[in-house]
Design a protein around this ligand. Structure first.
Ligand code: C2O
Ligand code: CU
Length: 478
């Protein structure tokens, strides 16, 4: 090495070292992570309330024929012979107990999306439970820790089983109940059918689906119907819960012309009521709206369009304002949750970066990978319960990836390095092509928690891994 190069190398090394050494924490002062953890305190509790009683349900998964679209008979796989499956409602603090029987021709499980369950109730085959074989039963039992809109679906061959019709909604109601005049669920789904239109097209995980953004069907339904219509009266104040159960389709519902506010995202209340403009529902996402109808709107019809795809606008459903006014329920919006600002979060170090990309290979011909590994080869990422973590998703592909973490909520900190303004938690965040998204996360429940793309074809092709949440250390929050 020439002397000048040697000096340059030394200078470079010195810069590196001084960078590292530049941010020591002065003695006695809390670390940046501790400050962020303090801000998190009180956002949501680590523990469930003490159970106030048990609500029992029975669910059977089996092949069924149901009426969908405009009343057409369709062969599906269904929970309790319904598509969408049942809407289960419990009150916050109640134990939910589900006796589940598998009468499908395949093994299955039920995963409760977004619900902070004990790890053993998470429904992940080979991680939290063995798959439930045809003819076998399993009891899911837990006390949900949060009031809100959740859903459930199989976690075995999801791209096939969810597409065939296996999904349902779980609503955890506030105590005391909120005085909305209607509490409405809209399950958004899309369908790709056989030529004769009598069954779900059984060609799952096609090369095209895998290479692109998964399986997008041509028919979009709300609660299994084309042109679903909701009827309200002038003066009503309703809660509308949107759930995207599609394998892959993203929706951007337009509520222009309505007095609508987003009050919850992915089940959890936001810091304040927010304008619905700009919100998208990627697979897995939920959005709760608070909508008020005035006397002036009597007799009007409001079509709700999906505007995600630039190529085509779809009508999802419509709201018809009938006659005969009712008194407007008057109560404060529930969207006043404590959400940490985490304004200093971008000056902390990234705990783990997850690079998302595809490669040829694997049993489906294309493998979707996280940090160069498909799920069959995953290496768990360790996090510590009660500690603050900054995670980074780097989408190195040109496709969409709604990344979902089981059993925890996180907050988006930045997109492509720009601070994000999201005064709410999420359990699923959509990454656009080549996008880099940083999130802040304080895991509270130890266990093995899945992290995967919720485009179910990508997940099936390997885009899943596990976050191993280790028990809290002494300085963690409780
Ligand atoms: Cu709805 Cu593993 O997720
Ligand atoms: Cu993906």
């Amino acid at each position: 090495m020439k002397f000048t190069n040697y000096v340059l190398a030394l200078i470079a090394l010195g810069t590196l070292l001084s960078c590292k050494a530049e941010t020591p924490t002065p003695k006695g002062e809390p670390t940046k992570e501790k400050v962020l953890l303090e801000e998190f305190k009180g956002s949501y509790s680590a523990d469930a309330l003490e159970s106030t009683g048990v609500v029992e349900f029975e669910i059977v998964a089996k092949r069924s024929t149901v009426r969908l679209f405009e009343g057409r008979e369709m062969e599906v796989w269904a929970y309790n012979e319904q598509v969408p499956g049942p809407v289960l409602r419990v009150k916050l603090g109640e134990t939910i107990k589900i006796r589940f029987r598998n009468e499908l021709p395949q093994p299955t499980t039920i995963h409760f999306h977004g619900v902070r369950v004990p790890n053993a109730m998470d429904g992940v085959p080979g991680v939290t439970q063995p798959p439930i074989q045809p003819g076998d039963s399993f009891v899911y039992e837990f006390v949900p820790k949060d009031a809100g809109t959740f859903w459930f679906h199989p976690h075995v061959r999801g791209s096939e089983q969810v597409e065939r019709g296996l999904f349902g909604v779980l609503i955890v109601e506030d105590v005391p109940a909120l005085a909305y005049s209607q509490d409405v669920v809209w399950v958004l789904d899309d369908w790709r059918l056989t030529k004769d239109g009598t069954a779900v097209d059984p060609r799952f995980n096609t090369g095209g689906d895998l290479m692109h953004d998964g399986r997008w069907g041509q028919m979009i339904t709300v609660n299994g119907k084309l042109n679903h219509e909701l009827i309200v009266k002038p003066g009503e104040r309703i809660r509308l819960r949107l759930v995207n159960t599609s394998n892959a389709r993203v929706y951007a519902p337009n509520f222009d012309g309505l007095n609508a506010k987003v009050i919850a995202v992915d089940g959890m209340y936001a810091e304040k009521p927010l304008s619905p403009a700009g919100f998208v529902l990627a697979p897995g996402n939920r959005l709760d709206l608070d909508i008020q109808f005035s006397a002036k709107q009597e007799g009007q019809l409001f079509p709700i369009f999906d505007q995600f795809s630039r190529r085509r606008t779809y009508q999802l459903a419509s709201i018809r304002v009938d006659s005969g006014s009712v008194e407007t329920p008057n109560f404060p919006s529930p969207a006043h949750a404590k959400i940490p600002g985490w304004k200093t979060a971008l000056s902390t170090e990234v705990h783990t970066e997850f690079v998302l990309n595809a490669q040829r290979g694997g049993k489906l011909g294309i493998q979707w990978q996280i940090n160069g590994k498909p799920y069959s080869d995953y290496k768990p990422t360790s996090l510590t319960a009660g500690n603050w973590h900054r995670l980074r998703f780097t989408n190195s592909s040109g496709r969409l990836h709604p990344m979902h973490i089981h059993g925890q909520f996180f907050k988006v900190l930045s997109r492509n390095g720009e601070p994000a303004d999201e005064p709410y938690f999420r359990d699923t965040v959509l990454l656009r092509p080549r996008e880099v998204v940083d999130v802040g996360l304080v895991p509270l429940d130890p266990g093995e928690w899945m992290m995967h793309c919720h485009i179910l074809e990508h997940a099936e092709a390997g885009m899943m891994t596990v976050l191993s949440v280790l028990p809290a250390t002494n300085d963690a929050v409780k």
